[in-house]
Design a protein around this ligand. Structure first.
Ligand code: FUL
Ligand code: CA
Length: 684
């Protein structure tokens, strides 16, 4: 509306025209601490402590300080990676459930001061804080209330211990931006040698109000995280996903840290929540929070990480990605590579805000100072709003020419409360409006993803809310397709499916060993592979024409006609072509009837891929038979390093025709019954 006014006239008007009254806040609203924090959005976790050396996720508490011995620890490397990844801060596990502390606390001997690291003179919290600040990162502290080492855990004395340690942490290391209180408490522990289960009433035992007062006194700017806040809440899962409807409002008084029904009932926040307690999505870049060499091949892929980004930051939540720092004391090369790929892709997706070049008009405007132009100025603190009572309104953007886009970003000026409950995006097609996408809540930031669409004019309709819309920013982007080698999988019956990371992409494939080419042999969903065949495929973005790197799977015999010989019906999980399922064999062997005689030249064994490994075969014997009764050993040997690297093992031997095959575990890595993630026969 204002765009036709000459600059001097606008200037004159701004002198004589008073800014209209701002919208009244809708409670709850964020406090100053929360307003400063919400801009950070993206920061990192460092899980590095005793578990790194005991190879556990939850240490029992009986570990010895001598075990803590990183060889090349360099907190500067952590900070450099986090900074390059675009993170704004880092949070370190100063003390995890096993009780070992990373600083020379005066209140315990269970600390770095009794470890070989830096001859017991090290202070990792100091090194960490210095490294972060040198990179301009904010410093955060994770402190586990549960302590499986401390003899007094469960008694009032322990709560004093906890406060003494918090006082050290919050006094000696400069400004702390977030303090992270974990809600986990499994009960059992070493507890100074008592070796027992200690249950505490999580609601009353820690006397949180007193601890919160202490934190406020020592670090008035620090955000306090726990399931229940008070400043920032857990998102309720460890996948890094917030919800399509995510409120920063929380019925805070109904929630306490560690309550069992939290995820189901409270994690999304509530429209009528009484307090401002925004969500934080925490997720590890690997399955575990702590480093395990056996997860080196399970670092999250770029599509996974992008999904996390859009479902956390894109759904009104901050994002906390964890680095399981390794035994050297470094962020592993693979984790670094993955996080930098994510950073590059985010940059690419949001490189150009098409809305910046557009003109904006709204169906209704609050008055001077709240114009639709405020939506496009890149400033969160300027916003568009409507007259009191006008909850429904639309904003129209005219790009001046047809543009192609697939992302809509909206920010509510939540400093006046979260309001929007429903909105939609439409585009103009020959004079009529057609729906493109819609959403529910917005909050600090909401990003909608939808297939590429073209238009010169779009409009955003604010359809329902707790009050009039108060919107800071609109962004419209054309994110280049995520080109990733497609996934190639097969059913036991031999049906092959090939899927790309994004639906709009075309897939081209080959089965003759040649490299797939764009435009040649498109995948139409019909492919059967029963014999040894190499399937290769690429994904091609229809708009840019760009191709992904090829994916390649060397299939061998399909497993549909095989019969696993076992009384346990779960045995099928060893040959179901699913890498995530596994079978545990009580007699340490897997016997298969292949249904016909085949020329066997070897086999493949995929160890179980589930989170907590058990029964990896470390030494094997492979035996063949014509009748399932008399067996002949075809090969025997070792799967070296399987514990640390549980990838598919492939063993070849001289061809033998056989109808039956048996894989026998001579030894498992941990002595537990043998497990089989997936077994295959090689004929080529
Ligand atoms: C959980 C803990 O039990 C995990 O070990 C990890 O620290 C994660 C961030 O929080 O509750
Ligand atoms: Ca603005």
């Amino acid at each position: 509306m204002k765009k036709y006014i000459w600059p001097f006239l606008a200037l004159g008007l701004s002198y004589c025209q008073e800014k209209a009254a701002p919208p009244a806040p809708i409670l709850p609203v964020p406090n100053e601490r929360q307003i400063a924090w919400q801009e950070l959005q993206y920061y990192g976790f460092v899980h590095f402590n005793m578990n790194t050396f005991s190879d556990r996720e939850w240490g029992f508490g009986d570990e010895k300080p001598e075990q803590f011995n990183p060889t090349e620890l360099d907190a500067k490397q952590w900070a450099r990676v986090a900074k390059e990844a675009g993170m704004k801060g880092l949070i370190i596990t100063a003390k995890h459930h096993d009780g070992f502390v990373l600083w020379p606390s005066a209140y315990t001997e269970h600390s770095v001061k009794n470890s070989p690291w830096r001859d017991g003179k090290g202070d990792l919290i100091k090194e960490f804080a210095d490294a972060c600040r040198a990179e301009g990162l904010k410093v955060g502290i994770y402190y586990s209330p549960w302590d499986r080492n401390h003899p007094d855990y469960g008694k009032p004395e322990y709560v004093t211990y906890m406060r003494n340690q918090l006082t050290e942490l919050l006094t000696n290391y400069g400004e702390i931006y977030e303090i992270w209180f974990d809600g986990a408490n499994g009960g059992t522990g070493w507890y100074g040698g008592a070796n027992e289960e200690r249950k505490v009433d999580k609601f009353t035992y820690y006397d949180w109000p007193t601890t919160i007062d202490l934190v406020r006194k020592l670090q008035p700017k620090a955000m306090l995280f726990s399931d229940a806040g008070p400043d920032v809440r857990w998102v309720g899962n460890e996948h890094g996903f917030a919800y399509e409807t995510t409120w920063s409002n929380l019925m805070r008084d109904s929630v306490y840290a560690g309550m069992p029904e939290f995820s189901e009932k409270w994690a999304t926040g509530q429209e009528n929540g009484t307090h401002w307690v925004p969500a934080e999505s925490d997720v590890s870049i690997r399955p575990g929070w702590y480093y395990h060499a056996y997860e080196d091949h399970k670092v999250r892929t770029l599509p996974d990480l992008m999904e996390i980004y859009y479902k956390s930051i894109g759904q009104n939540s901050s994002l906390l990605i964890n680095f399981p720092v390794d035994r050297r004391g470094l962020i592993h090369e693979k984790d670094e590579e993955a996080i930098l790929q994510l950073a590059a892709k985010i940059k690419e997706d949001f490189a150009v805000n098409l809305a910046k070049e557009a003109s904006a008009e709204s169906t209704s405007e609050r008055g001077f100072g709240y114009e639709a132009e405020n939506l496009l100025d890149g400033d969160f603190n300027t916003y568009w709003s409507t007259p009191d009572g006008e909850i429904q309104a639309s904003v129209e953007l005219d790009f001046g020419k047809e543009v192609s886009f697939n992302r809509l970003l909206l920010q509510e000026f939540v400093n006046l409360g979260q309001r929007v409950k429903a909105f939609s995006l439409e585009k103009e097609v020959n004079g009529t409006w057609k729906k493109v996408a819609n959403g529910t809540t917005i909050g600090y930031k909401r990003i909608l993803r939808f297939p590429d669409t073209q238009a010169q004019k779009i409009r955003i309709n604010f359809l329902d809310g707790k009050g009039i819309p108060v919107i800071s920013e609109i962004g419209v982007y054309s994110a280049p397709a995520l080109l990733f080698p497609p996934k190639i999988i097969r059913t036991p019956a031999g049906k092959v499916t090939i899927t790309a990371a994004e639906k709009s992409q075309k897939i081209y494939f080959t089965t003759d060993g040649n490299a797939p080419k764009s435009g040649e042999n498109p995948f139409k969903g019909e492919l059967e592979v029963l014999e040894a065949t190499t399937v290769q495929a690429i994904a091609v973005d229809p708009i840019s024409g760009k191709s992904s790197e090829p994916a390649r799977v060397d299939f061998d015999l399909a497993k549909g006609n095989w019969k696993a010989v076992s009384a346990d019906s779960n045995v099928v999980r060893a040959v179901d072509e699913k890498t995530q399922t596994y079978w545990t064999s009580q007699n340490n062997e897997l016997v298969l009837d292949l249904g016909r005689e085949v020329p066997i030249k070897g086999f493949t064994y995929l160890p179980m891929q589930a989170r907590y490994p058990s029964g990896y075969i470390a030494a094997y014997s492979i035996q063949l038979s014509q009748d399932g009764k008399s067996w002949k050993e075809a090969a025997k040997g070792e799967f070296s390093n399987i514990q640390n690297s549980p990838i598919e093992q492939l063993i070849r031997f001289d061809q033998v025709p056989a109808k039956f095959i048996k894989l026998k575990a001579l030894r498992t890595a941990d002595g537990n019954p043998a497990t089989f993630g997936e077994f295959g026969v090689l004929t080529k």
